[in-house]
Design a protein around this ligand. Structure first.
Ligand code: URA
Length: 268
């Protein structure tokens, strides 16, 4: 618990003295209620403080970590079904961090967590084509035709996935072990790509993301990223098309899809 004016100062709103004035002017709310009294204590972990309607948070040191997520943990900050979350595995970090993107409950492997919102945006925005590599153990023997289809793109949820890199790397008791690299992050994408071609993914592990490698990090453990790893991540999107180009390109492909649909409907 800390005093409200101290919290405002920690959030770089103003000095403590100037913060007292801001409070007395009725510009500060705690959990939606205007607070004018001096000396009110707040719970900085749970209370929502806003100044002039804008929620404020303390300036914190940026932190970047890699977790080897086990199967059986949800990639979320809290789960309404009460299942274990990835946050349980990083509870020894004093700062609050958030997962960058997600891994399914039944997928293990490399998951980044940070409190750097800008970097999260860069890594997760589709315009940046950030690559993610998975080792998938799937049922059956995979034909060359299936591999070629995965490489070219597969229709899932009404969209064709962008080209993937796919290599067979071994055999397992269920069938085949493959390495697949994708550049998108649709919901359960890898599982759905294989399902679309008649194969069930029995085990899925992310081993690389955005140039970072999981390496020998034990399952359930985390480590801080090195300075050079963070610098590499920060270069994402610096030499790319702008978001505007990305939106135009998306609109063009959406319109052409719509036109094609229109055409085929008229022809049928
Ligand atoms: N693709 C999936 O199917 N699941 C994941 O967790 C990540 C990618």
């Amino acid at each position: 618990m800390i005093r409200l004016q101290k919290y405002l100062a920690m959030c770089s709103v103003a000095s403590r003295r100037a913060s007292e004035k801001i409070i007395s002017e009725g510009r500060v709310t705690v959990n939606g209620e205007v607070v004018r009294l001096m000396g009110v204590q707040i719970d900085e972990e749970n209370d929502v403080v806003a100044v002039d309607g804008e929620v404020i948070r303390p300036d914190s040191k940026l932190i970047y970590i890699m977790l080897n997520k086990p199967v059986g943990f949800v990639t979320t900050v809290s789960d309404e079904k009460g299942r274990p979350t990835v946050m349980d595995l990083v509870s020894d970090i004093s700062q609050r961090v958030y997962p960058v993107g997600r891994l399914d409950y039944d997928t293990e492997g490399l998951l980044l967590l940070t409190n750097d919102g800008d970097l999260t945006y860069k890594i997760t925005h589709p315009k940046n084509d950030v690559s993610k590599t998975y080792v998938a153990e799937v049922t059956g023997n995979i034909s060359m035709d299936t591999i070629v289809q995965l490489r070219r793109g597969v229709v899932i949820d009404g969209y064709k996935t962008s080209p993937a890199e796919v290599e067979v790397i071994g055999a397992t008791q269920f069938g085949t072990k493959l390495e697949i690299t994708i550049h998108e992050g649709r919901n359960r994408q890898v599982r759905k790509m294989f399902e679309a071609l008649g194969c069930i993914v029995k085990k899925l592990k992310r081993v690389k993301e955005a140039g970072l490698t999981l390496g020998h990090l034990p399952v359930g453990k985390w480590r801080r990223l090195s300075e050079s790893e963070v610098n590499m991540l920060k270069k994402i999107g610096t030499n790319k098309k702008s978001s505007k180009d990305y939106r135009n390109q998306k609109n063009r492909s959406f319109n052409s899809k719509r036109n094609n649909n229109g055409k085929s409907m008229r022809n049928s």
